[in-house]
Design a protein around this ligand. Structure first.
Ligand code: G
Ligand code: G
Ligand code: MN
Ligand code: NA
Length: 251
């Protein structure tokens, strides 16, 4: 696979970048943090979407080194921001196959300025589809390290509620497919998002609604009781420099 070959070289030749999408606390009306998202600028193809190259990285095993690089970069860069700004990093289920994941996280924390409680690891239910002793041990170790765990893309896939018990999650990220029509009173997603917020509340978790694109959607999500909102309405994923400027403008 030529894209796989190219991806192998991408790290070494500086074609990868971490961009940051703001996450707002809509109850306290302040910037809560950012989600780190990987970008690949291919010398010939231009921007390749993570939806295209993450699966290739997962199949080839490259995801371990890419994932580690994202984690290190994000911790180092976010470590420069004020202490109340959190950083969320996506973990692929494939990274959990390896027994070394928790030491990788530990090492990324150690070589940055960031404290564990500022780091949020986003995992999907995919982690539990092939749950092994390694998975369980790693989730336990991450929790004991003091990093936060978020259940990403909630509501898509199989979404067994039992997954909520599989780790000490502090957050549910409500998938953006549930945000459409959220600002109309009879929108079919309204009762679903309400129920997820109530579920999170009763479990002592917070929520982030993803994919809000308009002020009306933000308003509706705040009224429903979502803790945080992330989406184009607040900002698209941006460079570290742009994210730093946003942080500075909030001080
Ligand atoms: O960045 P964008 O919104 O295009 O992301 C598309 C998909 O790629 C999302 O599901 C997102 O979680 C995933 N993705 C982006 N960056 C990373 C990353 O660093 N690691 C993993 N595992 N997935 C990522
Ligand atoms: O799966 P995950 O939640 O990590 O995916 C994040 C993806 O969602 C990124 O690719 C990001 O670009 C995309 N995204 C973030 N906010 C919005 C939005 O408001 N609208 C749309 N269409 N996509 C969004
Ligand atoms: Mn995510
Ligand atoms: Na998501």
């Amino acid at each position: 696979r030529s894209l796989e070959m190219d991806l192998r070289g991408a790290l070494a030749s500086d074609q990868l970048q971490v961009v940051y999408q703001p996450i707002f606390d809509v109850q306290q009306d302040r910037l809560a943090g950012f989600e780190a998202l990987l970008r690949w600028s291919h010398p010939v193809r231009g921007m390749v979407s993570p939806e295209q190259f993450i699966p290739i990285a997962e199949e080839s095993g490259l995801i371990s080194s890419l994932g580690e690089w994202v984690l290190r970069t994000a911790c180092m860069e976010a470590g420069q921001w004020p202490e109340h700004i959190r950083i969320a990093v996506n973990l692929s289920p494939v990274q959990f196959y390896n027994t070394g994941l928790s030491s990788t996280v530990m090492s990324a924390l150690a070589s940055s300025q960031i404290t564990p409680d500022r780091v949020e690891l986003e995992i999907t239910e995919g982690v539990f589809l092939q749950e092994t002793n390694t998975t369980r041990l790693t989730l336990q170790q991450l929790h004991e390290m003091g990093v936060r765990l978020a259940l990403d893309d909630f509501g898509t896939g199989y979404s067994s509620l039992g997954y909520l018990r599989k780790a000490s999650f502090s957050k549910i990220k409500i998938d953006r497919s549930f945000i459409r029509g959220i600002d109309s009173p009879d929108g079919e997603n309204v009762p679903i998002v309400r129920a997820v917020v109530a579920l999170a509340d009763s479990l002592g978790m917070i929520t982030t609604a993803e994919g809000a694109e308009t002020p009306e959607e933000i308003h509706a999500l705040r009224n429903i009781g979502c803790t945080q909102v992330q989406g184009f309405a607040y900002g698209k994923p941006m460079s570290y420099e742009a994210a730093s400027a946003l942080v500075a403008s909030m001080e």
